[in-house]
Design a protein around this ligand. Structure first.
Ligand SMILES: Nc1ncnc2c1ncn2[C@@H]1O[C@H](COP(=O)(O)OP(=O)(O)OP(=O)(O)O)[C@@H](O)[C@H]1O
Ligand SMILES: [Mg+2]
Length: 387
């Protein structure tokens, strides 16, 4: 990575260089700059991947300078090293688009970890406008919303994107179990509860279960009383931060439209509504769509996903569209064996059945979302769904 270090004096800049230059596998080109905030605009013009700003942007004026530099160079990541890590400052930094704030005195491991997170991210090189936050709602229990969210996340990650899945299904969340048998050290209650003032990129990364180096899951709280700790207003802070760290942020909302999920829905680009092709699902889908539109979410954000699709069933996709009043965005085939094995073993279906129709449908969905080209001979589903 091409990294600029901006510091008010030589010894601070040298210290950063020593930390990054001595770590294992460091293959960065570093340019050290001594000076003040006014140099940020200059840095922005020189297409660095990362600018590390040492104790210069500790207040609103500094953040405003950063914000305008980022407008000029939106793909440059910024890490601030600062004495000020007050919640107000952290929030301001996130709003300005800063990727990470690390407290001074500098801890070498924290800076190296922050740079490593960025390396993963820049390798996929997703333009800012193409990053997305997507909510998944099961129109009826057992539709497969969690399965699809967890495994679409995996497909997105295999395309090289940096992906996070947050389990916001506060009472019955089980998303982490679809991907990993690791016990979560922390859950949503730890990051979006009373500890919100401690929340920064490192804290969030440490709270999540790593599924792949570029795919992590934040589990839902285990106990009901801990679920109550998650405050709706904290969702804004969490999602702001997540948007600076990940290309795709997937939210498993379950079925509930409560204050927390509504806060999340306010922030999403797309809402995936997962149904199956039987009447009870269609009825509930209509009710869910009515509820969502009455809450002010436009139909253009909604994407209807028919799960466990079987060609030639009683109800055809056209019937679904007529009844529900939304086009079918994707159909994910029914595949009992592969999906059961994935769910029972707690690993992504792609790891168990790479060529299963379900895996292929999810890979195709990931590519379409990211607008990356389809692999050859992989249009099997296009035969009956031309969209
Ligand atoms: N495409 C599929 N083919 C076969 N089985 C599937 C498929 N998708 C999901 N399933 C099965 O359906 C079960 C329920 O899926 P999942 O837990 O994702 O539903 P949900 O909508 O999240 O439900 P909940 O309301 O409990 O959150 C899974 O355990 C899995 O066994
Ligand atoms: Mg679920």
């Amino acid at each position: 990575m091409k990294i600029a270090v901006l510091a008010p004096d030589k010894s601070s800049a040298d210290h950063v260089q020593a930390v990054l230059g001595t770590g294992a596998g460091s293959e960065h080109s570093l340019e050290l700059q001594e000076g003040g905030v006014e140099l940020i605009e200059e840095l922005a013009k020189k297409s660095f991947d990362l600018a590390i700003i040492h104790s210069l942007c500790n207040d609103d004026a500094g953040l405003a300078a950063l914000e305008s530099a980022l407008q000029a160079s939106p793909n440059m990541a910024i890490i601030i090293l600062s004495d000020n890590v007050s919640p107000t400052f952290l929030l301001g930094a996130m709003r300005a688009g800063v990727r990470d704030v690390l407290q001074l005195p500098l801890q070498s491991a924290a800076l190296r970890a922050a740079v490593r997170r960025l390396e993963r991210r820049t390798s996929a090189n997703v333009p800012t406008g193409k990053r997305k936050t997507i909510a998944f709602i099961a129109c009826k229990g057992g539709s497969g919303a969690t399965f699809i969210a967890a495994n679409l996340g995996y497909s997105l990650a295999t395309l090289g994107l940096n992906v996070a899945l947050f389990d916001l299904n506060l009472q019955f969340g089980d998303a982490a179990l679809f991907l990993s048998d690791k016990q979560p050290a922390n859950t949503l209650a730890d990051v979006a509860g009373a500890n919100i003032s401690r929340l920064d990129a490192s804290f969030l990364a440490a709270a999540m279960i790593e599924v792949l180096p570029n795919y992590a899951v934040l589990a839902a709280p285990e106990e009901l009383e801990r679920a109550a700790e998650v405050r709706p207003e904290n969702l804004d802070v969490l999602l702001n931060l997540a948007a600076t760290q990940y290309d795709y942020v997937l939210l498993d909302l379950g079925r509930s439209l409560d204050a927390v999920s509504v806060k999340a829905l306010d922030r999403v680009d797309l809402i995936f509504l997962v149904i199956q092709e039987t009447l009870p699902f269609l009825r509930d889908a209509k009710r869910m769509i009515q509820a969502l539109t009455s809450l002010g979410y436009p139909k253009t954000k909604l994407r209807l996903v028919v799960n466990r699709y079987e060609k030639g069933g009683d109800i055809e996709l056209e019937d679904v569209e007529k009844t529900v009043g939304l086009p079918v965005y994707k159909a994910v085939p029914n595949s009992y064996e592969a999906v059961s094995a994935s769910v029972n073993q707690g690993v992504a279906v792609a790891l168990i059945a790479k060529h299963d129709p379900v895996t292929r449908a999810l890979d195709e969905m990931a590519r379409e979302l990211t607008e990356l080209p389809a692999a050859k001979n992989d249009h099997w589903f296009g035969h009956f769904l031309h969209r």
